[in-house]
Design a protein around this ligand. Sequence first.
Ligand code: DAT
Ligand code: MG
Length: 149
Amino acid sequence: MERTLILVKPDGVQRGLTGEIIGRFEQRGLKMVGMKFMQMSPALAEEHYGVHKERPFYNSLVEYIISGPIVAMVWEGKDAIAAARSTMGATNPVAAAPGTIRGDLGMEIGRNLVHGSDSPENAVKEVNLFFNADELVDWARTTDSWIRE
Ligand code: DAT
Ligand code: MG
């Protein structure tokens, strides 16, 4: 079982797409185990996006992610990381397939609505960066046997 960190970025919140974006993951069959509405501090943003520190877009990326509130979530499931990323679509919304969050709702790489962890190692790091263990809920979903064999 994998867990992945998903963020509805500030543009998603400002545009009133929070419910739409959460619904995509919910309808896919992933299970939510944690959620909070928050605004990222510069320190948290710099840690979260530390891997991109040398990239030319780093400063605008950090400015964007701290510019307003976000919704941070942890979603669980077998292959949760890959499933969430395919539901998100390609990083650049213009290249993202229709049917994906970014492909249906976005137009610009710097306003791509959603973050999702990209590997099991980063998922663990990112989940721990945003959530304490006691903020994550272990629960049995009664529909699980209709989603998974
Ligand atoms: P993803 O969010 O799909 O995992 P990433 O980890 O490569 O993509 O990059 C993190 C964010 O940085 C991405 O969501 C948007 C921004 N970004 C990535 N590449 C960019 C580029 N070439 N120009 C501007 N922003 C970029
Ligand atoms: Mg990434």
